[in-house]
Design a protein around this ligand. Structure first.
Ligand code: DON
Length: 353
């Protein structure tokens, strides 16, 4: 049993991610050569790092190659800076949650997400059922003081967001989701069938979460249909390049900087990034924000996206995960590159007058 599987199965809090020492962000790199140098340096530094374990609670994920390691950065002009593996696809997994949330906001409003699901960290694992009990007290139940709430990036909130996507039939709902992901990536993405089948056969916990969210009135549609569509969205195959373009779409006001298509409504981008900052790396989100200041999102397929608003979108794929379910190499490589590029939005300086 891997460390990650053990943590999930037994509900332990898991090992805290070792927080690397903070170094002051140097002046922002401006030239293409400087950006490429930062990408190459992170690739070389972490290529041989052998920490973490691939997820195995979805059986097919246990078979992925732990050596896969790809990095991509996309800037405002749509230019890509890359290193390593750019052809292998991993399943998008929880990174999909960001784009389904964005689609619901596009179709309805940002407030419908806030009012239906919430925007607070649960402080619990991404598939926690206890968090649903707490959240229910906060949003619709006995309203106990200090009750925790929910967000669209943990499984209960994400399955609820999927249930809110408009469409008359499951096929139409799926068409809306997959079309939206394709626009964000700038190419037609495909479901990795083996991943979808493997998770669909073993996702009883998510089915239970869906039923609970329905019982408590968060989900108003067919909960098992929502879980099935959610499972499919998690199985979409993506390269590091796809993910970096998807991240860059959020870095530049919702417009895909490669295709120049407005995908996400610009007015919703700040709220999307706020939810990513709050809960993108699950119960390690605070530590991640402390180190990088970047809104980000991880997936158990091994991908992480991060957004430096107005500067770049970045993605790394590398399947071995830490105990919280976040790719070890991806966290380190993104932190290094962003630091080299002055990407931390909280590190911007202005002079008092
Ligand atoms: O629902 C699940 O468990 C997976 N399809 C996605 C979980 C995930 O990616 C959490 N990521 N860190």
């Amino acid at each position: 049993m891997s460390r990650f599987m053990t943590a999930l199965g037994r509900g332990t809090l898991g090992l805290a991610l070792a927080v690397t020492a903070l170094t002051a962000a140097p002046a922002a790199a401006q030239t293409p050569a400087q950006i490429q140098t930062a990408v190459d340096a992170a690739y070389t530094k972490y290529k041989t790092l052998n920490e973490g374990a691939v997820a195995d609670y979805i059986p097919v994920l246990a078979k992925v190659d732990p050596k896969v390691f790809g990095i991509a950065v996309v800037t405002a002009d749509g230019k890509l800076y890359t290193a390593g593996d750019l052809t292998t696809q991993v399943s998008i997994q929880s990174i999909s949650k960001v784009y389904t949330m964005a689609l619901v906001m596009n179709q309805q409003s940002a407030d419908v997400i806030l009012n239906t699901i919430g925007a607070d960290a649960t402080g619990m694992r991404f598939n926690s059922i206890v968090s649903v009990e707490w959240s229910y007290k906060g949003l619709g139940g006995s309203k106990l003081a200090n009750a925790a709430e929910m967000n669209p990036l943990v499984n209960p909130g994400a399955i609820t967001a999927t249930s809110m996507v408009q469409g008359k039939t499951p096929a139409e709902i799926w068409g809306n989701i997959s079309g939206f992901y394709n626009d964000a990536a700038g190419r037609p993405l495909k479901v990795l069938d083996e991943v979808y089948k493997s998770e669909a056969a073993t996702n009883q916990r998510n089915q239970a979460i869906g039923m609970l969210m329905y019982a408590y009135g968060y989900i108003k549609a067919d909960p098992l249909q929502a879980v099935d569509v959610y499972t499919k969205q998690c199985a979409v195959g993506v390269t590091a390049k796809d993910l970096a373009i998807m991240a860059a779409t959020l870095a530049f006001g919702g417009m895909n900087p490669v295709t120049k298509k407005q995908v996400v409504k610009a007015g919703n981008v700040p709220e999307i990034l706020a939810v990513m900052a709050t809960a993108g790396l699950y119960d390690d989100s605070g530590k991640w924000l402390f180190r990088t200041g970047l809104p980000a999102k991880s997936g158990v397929g091994g991908g992480i996206i991060a957004v430096s608003p107005g500067k770049f979108g970045i993605a790394v794929i590398s399947p071995p995960l830490d105990a919280a379910g976040n790719s070890v190499r991806a966290q380190k490589a993104i932190a290094d590159i962003s630091n080299a590029l002055g990407g931390n939005p909280y590190a911007q300086t202005g002079s008092a007058k």
